[in-house]
Design a protein around this ligand. Structure first.
Ligand code: 5GP
Ligand code: ZN
Length: 110
C-alpha cells in the first residue's frame, strides 16, 4: 500500500488525528497554511472528487457535515474555508480524496 493517506487512516503512519469514525479520519495538515488546518479524509481510497457519483456521494456529504461540526468545536465557526483540490492543475498532490478545513484567524482578516 503506497498511498500515504491510506497509511495514515489505517494507523500505519503517524498523524495528529483529532477525530475518526468508521468512515473517515480528521488530522492536522503537516504543512499548515492557516492557524487551524485540518484534513478530512475518507478511510476508503477514492482518488479524487472526479470519481464521485450519485452512488458514493454520501461520503462527501459526511465530510462536509463533519467539517462543519469540527469548525464549531474548534471555535472557528465565524470563519472557515473548505477546499477540495481536484486534479494536478488545481494543485492536488495527494491522490486520495480529502477536504481541507482552514480557519482560526480569530476575527483578524486572513
Ligand atoms: P492537496 O494539495 O493534495 O489538496 O493537499 C495535500 C495536503 O496534504 C497538503 O496540504 C500537505 O501539507 C498534506 N500532507 C501531505 N503529506 C502529509 C502527511 O504525511 N501527513 C500530513 N498530516 N499531511 C500531509
Ligand atoms: Zn489512499
Amino acid at each position: 500500500m503506497t498511498c500515504i493517506f491510506c497509511q495514515i487512516v489505517s494507523h500505519q503512519l503517524p498523524a495528529d488525528i483529532i477525530y475518526e469514525d468508521d468512515d473517515l479520519a480528521v488530522f492536522k495538515d503537516i504543512n499548515p497554511s492557516a492557524p487551524i488546518h485540518l484534513l478530512i479524509v475518507p478511510k476508503k481510497h477514492l482518488d479524487s472528487l472526479n470519481i464521485i457519483d450519485e452512488k458514493n456521494a454520501g461520503i462527501v456529504t459526511k465530510m462536509v457535515m463533519t467539517a462543519k461540526r469540527i469548525a464549531e468545536e474548534q471555535k472557528t465557526r465565524n470563519g472557515y474555508r473548505l477546499l477540495i483540490n481536484t486534479g494536478r492543475e488545481a494543485g492536488q498532490v495527494v491522490f486520495h480524496l480529502h477536504m481541507h478545513l482552514m480557519g482560526g484567524w480569530g476575527g483578524r482578516k486572513r
